[in-house]
Write a protein that binds this ligand. Structure first.
Ligand code: GAR
Length: 320
């Protein structure tokens, strides 16, 4: 099984980090913790990580610009060979450039039911508003604070005599269940055929005049009418015994196909049968798939078979 390498940044007690770390030690866990790093040398979680033999790294933010501090933390991430960065009570805002470089690979846990109560004092704000529940959310980190896609949430009841402290304690119990599950699901989804198919389907059907149609037992996508449409993509889930989950798209011919397969064998392969007529396999079950690249290939393949009246429309749209 593929195991994702996860680095965790903490600033404080690190109880969420500990929940993630011990979840990663269970049989069948889809991720390993390869680094625990902090901006605070006193962060309690550092000792827990060290006790389990996990590499730790500390770099105080004091006396450094945000960019310089981030650069030191990022260097530790790169050195640890991390695929993902998981923030667990890391009380620093990451610079936009850092977040962009790690786009889609940073998760955070926030102690509220987002989109409610971004920022600080979340428990007090939920109690003061008279909410029936507080809770926690796991979300993808984007440059805008606490605003990325929410992946999972857990609700925690607010009692009549609730204080921010008592609610914070119970939310943490809930977080310890939520975070390991959400991280496991997220790092696994790039290997999940249903998830990958859904992404390809969305991109393929966003192109003009397209529809889905099975071909030889695998899903495919065609452009043109239901009657006379032409295939521009096929989705393969470990077809003919190969290990790849892939989308097949049309190259300009065998020269280009062989060049790509030889030059980037971790990205491309020559599929059985289809390869002979210039279809190339774009491997999707691998780390760091660039979905803009997949989208460009789909459009190119679509263009190669779409009727001229549709490609002309596309060209006109591209000019704006
Ligand atoms: C957690 O409750 C987490 O949701 C919160 O800090 C706590 C860290 O506890 N995070 C934020 O407020 C982020 N803005 P821990 O160090 O014991 O895991």
């Amino acid at each position: 099984m593929h195991k994702a390498k996860v680095a965790i940044f903490i600033s404080g007690g690190g109880t969420n980090m500990a929940a993630l770390l011990y979840a990663s030690l269970l049989d069948g866990a889809p991720f390993d913790v390869v680094l625990v790093a902090s901006n605070n040398a006193d962060a309690g979680g550092l000792e827990i990580a060290a006790a389990e033999g996990i590499p730790t790294f500390v770099h105080s933010h004091k006396g450094h610009s945000r960019e310089d501090h981030d650069a030191a933390m990022e260097a530790a991430l790169v050195k640890a060979n991390a695929d993902y960065l998981v923030l667990a009570g890391y009380m620093r805002i990451l610079s936009d450039e850092f977040v962009k470089r790690w786009e889609g690979r940073i998760l955070n846990i926030h102690p509220s039911l987002l989109p409610k109560y971004k920022g600080l004092d979340t428990h007090k704000r939920a109690i003061d508003a008279g909410d029936s529940h507080g809770g926690a959310s796991v979300h993808i980190v984007t440059p805008e604070l606490d605003a990325g896609e929410v992946l999972a949430q857990v609700r925690v009841a607010i009692r009549d005599d609730e204080t921010p402290e008592s609610l914070a304690d119970r939310v943490k119990f809930a977080e310890h269940q939520l975070y390991p599950r959400a991280v496991a699901d997220y790092v696994s989804r790039g290997y999940d055929a249903d998830y990958l198919y859904e992404r390809v389907r969305k991109l393929a059907l966003a192109l003009p005049e397209t529809h889905a149609r099975d071909s030889h037992g695998s899903p495919g996508f065609r452009v043109g009418t239901e009657k006379s449409g032409k295939f521009f993509a096929h989705f393969n889930n470990q077809h003919h015994g190969q290990e790849h989950i892939a989308v097949l798209v049309k190259t300009s011919g065998m020269d280009e196909l062989l060049d790509l397969v030889e030059g980037q064998p971790d990205v491309y392969f020559k599929p059985a049968y289809y390869g002979a007529s210039g279809w190339i396999g774009l491997i999707l079950n691998r780390p760091g798939v660039d979905w803009d690249h997949v989208s460009e290939w789909l459009e190119r393949s679509w263009r190669s078979v779409a009727p001229a009246r549709l490609t002309r429309l596309m060209d006109a749209a591209d000019e704006f």
